[in-house]
Ligand binder design. Structure first.
Ligand SMILES: [Zn+2]
Length: 70
């Protein structure tokens, strides 16, 4: 096993508390990479979530449709 951030081998780890990272510093460095947007630029998650949430109430209204307009 190696630290994903600094590539130290397991034997060089400061502690086992932050596995798979060697230290709290490396763990936070990797977490910061996600927050900075390295991984989220390629895909617009917000748009997809909104479409899914709008579909649910529309389907639930269908049984009442005929009654309302006659
Ligand atoms: Zn490290």
């Amino acid at each position: 096993m190696k630290c994903p951030t600094c590539k130290k081998t397991r034997q060089q780890f400061e502690s086992t508390e932050f596995l798979p990272f060697c230290s709290d510093r490396c763990r936070l460095a990797d977490f910061g990479k996600w927050l900075d947007g390295d991984y989220k630029v390629s895909r617009p998650l917000r748009m997809e979530d909104e479409v899914l949430m709008e579909e649910i109430p529309i389907e639930q209204d269908i049984p009442e449709e005929g009654i309302q307009y006659e």
